[in-house]
Design a protein around this ligand. Structure first.
Ligand code: NAP
Length: 461
């Protein structure tokens, strides 16, 4: 009972109406925005500045004093100043002794300095309790109140009490503190706002590389080849035909690449006989960006759907249909319905529609608002079972589209197969390996390994 109540006390924000005075060093953009927000939340604010003249930008209710005078008025001092100016704090070390210094600074580059700004501050003022916080919140968001996207505030520090005091302020501002541990975490917290879509880098670079490759591949096969051998100008294919070849090819390859690291991980675990050894770095990184790979694949699949929908209104397609009708009329001969071809064409379309439907379902369930509402088993069912079903349907859609053209020599130009044939390589490998892994002789040991069993326990050392 006692234990529970002490936990509640530790987690509860400071609910007393009277708030302690907080000092902010620096009357720049961030200092002013944070000061304004804190005054709104009931904190008396005193600014420490090089100039004690109060400008009209500074909130009316705040005092502006010299650094030394301001520091004496508060137990918590927020340093809203760039790291390169921190040395002005050294002469104030005595006044700052025992105070909580909140480092909110960011750098211009990742790992710009050997130590984090917060650790540097702790070295400059050894008697102070340094806490890192607020660096992921922007002055603009504080001022405009648009904090929805950045409600979480990472907090770290070596002194538990000091950290708790800062977390209380964070809560009082309507934000959510996330305790990241000791000051050692500061470097990572400082690097966080400098990252540019870290999980999207690999999927985007990969899709750009594959798009460029398949564009030149299709250009060679579908435009340059007929121009060289038949003197036909199909350059207009660049607008719709070639994109409509590249999009499904990329959608299928990227979807297969979502599932390939899973089967590679299974093979590695089976080979090592343990799950307690780290995967190689490249595999770890690949696994972490599977969701983004899947979303890029979905974007390509959606483009394929759009390009396909406009096929009937294309001038080239209408010309081909009308010239075939005219030629049948002139020869007074109607082509009979080819039942096999009709079956193939309808099956190919049906597989595509079902595959795309499941693809969209996978995309929707990967959204945080949806995935947060399903339990772990439901999420795994959708992302793994339905995911593989999507891959099977999309691969079958491409195989049926190819029909018997795979073995037809006329579908090779300069020995180059159609792009969709290349797109089948990775999905077929993934599906075959997955199929093999489902056999009980492999599935049973793999399940046991994933439950913690080790073939050779020395590996876990
Ligand atoms: P800023 O507008 O340039 O303000 C910096 C303030 O530092 C100045 O107004 C000045 O205040 C003080 N200062 C400048 N040179 C100084 C010196 N030589 N000695 C002592 N004080 C000096 O910068 P800011 O945008 O407010 O950023 C301040 C800190 O917050 C930075 O470390 C930044 O990385 C961090 N931060 C900013 C944001 C943001 O959105 N702006 C977001 C997160 C974190 P006085 O004239 O009053 O002395």
């Amino acid at each position: 009972m006692n234990k529970n109540s002490s936990n509640i006390m530790a987690l509860a924000p400071n609910t007393s109406n009277k708030r302690e005075t907080v000092c902010i060093f620096g009357t720049g953009d961030f200092g002013r925005a944070l000061g304004h927000k804190m005054i709104q939340s009931g904190y008396p604010i005193v600014f420490g500045s090089r100039s004690t003249q109060k400008s009209s930008l500074i909130p009316n209710d705040a005092e502006v004093l010299s650094h030394a005078e301001a520091a004496q008025k508060a137990a918590i001092i927020i340093i809203a100043i760039q790291r390169q100016h921190y040395n002005f704090l050294t002469p104030l070390a005595e006044i700052l002794h025992g105070k909580v210094l909140v480092d909110i600074s960011n750098n211009l580059k990742i790992n710009q300095y050997p130590e984090s700004n917060a650790e540097y501050l702790a070295q400059l003022v050894p008697g102070a309790k340094v806490v890192k916080a607020f660096n992921t919140v922007s002055a603009w968001a504080l001022q405009s109140g648009t904090l929805d996207a950045s409600r979480q505030v990472f907090v770290c520090g070596d002194d538990m009490e000091a950290k708790q005091m800062v977390m209380d302020i964070v809560r009082a501002l309507g934000l959510t503190p996330l305790d990241q541990g000791s000051l050692l975490a500061a470097q990572e917290i400082e690097n966080y706002p400098l990252q540019l879509f870290p999980m999207w880098k690999l999927p985007i670079l990969l899709s750009l590389g594959l798009t460029a490759f398949f564009f030149f591949y299709c250009l060679t096969r579908d435009i340059i080849y007929p121009y060289v051998y038949e003197n036909e100008d199909f350059s207009f294919f660049i607008a719709i035909s070639i994109p409509n070849r590249i999009c499904p090819v990329l959608a299928l390859i990227l979807l297969a690449l979502v599932y390939l690291p899973g089967v590679l991980a299974a093979i590695i675990q089976l080979y090592r006989g343990t799950k307690y050894r780290r995967f190689p770095d490249w595999l770890d990184k690949w696994m972490l960006c599977r969701k983004q790979l899947g979303l890029v694949a979905l974007a390509f699949a959606s483009l394929h759907v759009l390009y396909t929908l406009v096929i009937p209104i294309r001038s080239f397609v209408r010309w081909r249909i009308s010239s075939s009708t005219v030629s049948q009329a002139l020869n007074n001969k109607t082509e009979p319905l080819n039942n096999t071809y009709a079956w193939l064409s309808d099956s190919y379309l049906a597989l595509g529609i079902l595959g795309f439907f499941l693809f969209v379902l996978l995309g929707i369930t990967s959204l945080p608002s949806v995935s947060n509402n399903v339990n772990w088993r439901e999420f795994r069912f959708v992302q793994s079972k339905l995911g593989y079903l999507t891959l099977v349907l999309c691969t079958a859609h491409t195989l049926v589209y190819g029909g018997n053209r795979f073995l037809n020599p006329s579908s090779y130009r300069w020995y180059l197969p159609n792009a969709y044939m290349l797109s089948l390589i990775v999905p077929c490998i993934v599906l075959v390996v997955k199929f093999v892994l489902v056999f009980p002789c492999l599935d049973k040991p793999l399940t046991r390994i994933r439950q913690g069993w080790e073939r050779n326990p020395k590996y876990s050392e």
